[in-house]
Design a protein around this ligand. Structure first.
Ligand SMILES: *Cc1c(COP(=O)(O)O)cnc(C)c1O
Length: 368
């Protein structure tokens, strides 16, 4: 009887979702700790591009002292819109905040996709683009990046047809770490398709197309507080859109999409920008040190990066085995089972002592 019922209800599931692949999520600290037998506070987590310095101390203090958690948050997030427009350098009619930039990826696709519409994805890149495309009933069209992970502008243009609605460009790209030039982005904008430039790592790179958004109605820029401001656990991001698109995104979003804690955290982070920028600087300096030291060691060869992580090619041994070896020592790096990232590892930039621990762990690695 129950089997019948289950089969019955399965027939009602949207066809495009019946075989959907799950997004590969982060493994929680407690689970990692249990697997390798290293206590949580001794783990070296370099697999999620998280900020090793954590959030601003002002965030922690303000959250502890807040007295209105029983009141619904402001759907128009008025408390943070002023600081956001000042920080992003565009006026408020262009800005919508979200529960992480992940939510904004989903909202853009909800707004533009009819079932069967196409989204261009320049791989290897962030896994949320094809994931949200499937959830929204769209089809992902894959255009591989070059050997050096540059976007294939010609390839993207020739992949566009009348069903194409959106192109995603992460800049700097995750996991390759390289940015796409403004001139190349403008070549894509000229096609008239919606071009979403995901600037989750903007602060580590300094290059942005945000000021161009008011000029090009089909250009969208996404930003996040997860990486530079250390708020991954609270979920806060924002999108910069032409004013008409921003208004529609506001209408279709969940009213209370940015919760009270995230709103406080954003406000305090922006009020403490100088402090956070000193940590960004430390991470950028450590990026160079991590790159130089590992290069010298000769097990991993770094690719140039403008983000808070580096993609390494394994030159001695096997990426999966190195990952296993590091796992067992409580050091976590990101391995990809994708052909285009064969024998590579992505390592987030940590504190100097994390780099040192990694160097030491790899010192006796024989390869093979
Ligand atoms: C980490 C990451 C995000 C996620 O941002 P949230 O604000 O945490 O949702 C978005 N885009 C890229 C490319 C990322 O690597």
């Amino acid at each position: 009887m129950t089997r019948y019922a289950a089969r019955g209800v399965e027939r009602l599931i949207r066809g495009s979702l019946a075989g959907i692949e799950p997004y590969e999520p982060i493994v929680p600290l407690e689970v990692l700790s249990e697997r390798c037998g290293v206590p949580v506070d001794k783990l070296i987590k370099l697999d999620g591009n998280e900020n090793p310095y954590g959030c601003s101390p002002r965030v922690r203090r303000a959250l502890a002292n807040y007295h209105f958690y029983h009141i619904y948050p402001d759907p128009l997030h008025r408390e943070i819109i002023g600081p956001l427009e000042e920080y992003a350098g565009v006026s408020r009619e262009h800005i919508v905040a979200g529960s992480g930039s992940d939510e904004l990826i989903d909202l853009v696709l909800r707004l533009f996709l009819e079932p069967g519409d196409k989204v261009i994805n320049c791989v290897p890149t962030f896994g949320m683009y094809p994931f949200s495309t499937s959830v929204c009933g769209g089809r992902t069209v894959t255009v591989p990046r070059s050997d050096t992970y540059e976007v294939d502008i010609k390839g993207v243009k020739s992949a566009i047809d009348k069903r194409t609605k959106v192109i995603f460009i992460a800049s700097p790209n995750n996991p390759s770490g390289n940015a796409t030039s403004q001139s190349n982005i403008l070549k894509l904008v000229e096609t008239g398709v919606v071009v979403v430039v995901d600037e989750a790592y903007y602060e580590f790179c300094g290059q942005t197309v945000a000021p161009l958004v008011p000029k090009y109605s089909n250009l969208v820029v996404l930003r996040s507080f997860s990486k530079w401001a250390g708020l991954g656990g609270l979920r806060a991001g924002y999108g910069i859109f032409s004013a008409n698109i921003a208004e529609l995104i506001r209408r279709i979003k969940m009213p209370y999409n940015v919760n009270a804690a995230a709103m406080i955290a954003v406000k305090e982070s922006l009020a403490d920008e100088d402090y956070l920028q000193t940590k960004v600087k430390a991470i950028v300096a450590e990026r160079k040190r991590l790159s130089d030291k590992l290069k010298k060691q000769g097990v991993l060869s770094p690719l140039p990066s403008q983000a808070n992580f580096i993609l390494f090619r394994v030159v001695k041994g096997n990426a999966w085995k190195i990952k296993q070896e590091l796992d067992s020592k409580g050091i976590f790096v990101r391995y990809f089972a994708t052909p285009s990232l064969k024998n590579m590892l992505r390592i987030s930039v940590g504190k100097p002592e994390h780099t040192d621990a990694l160097i030491e762990a790899l010192a006796n690695y024989k390869g093979g």
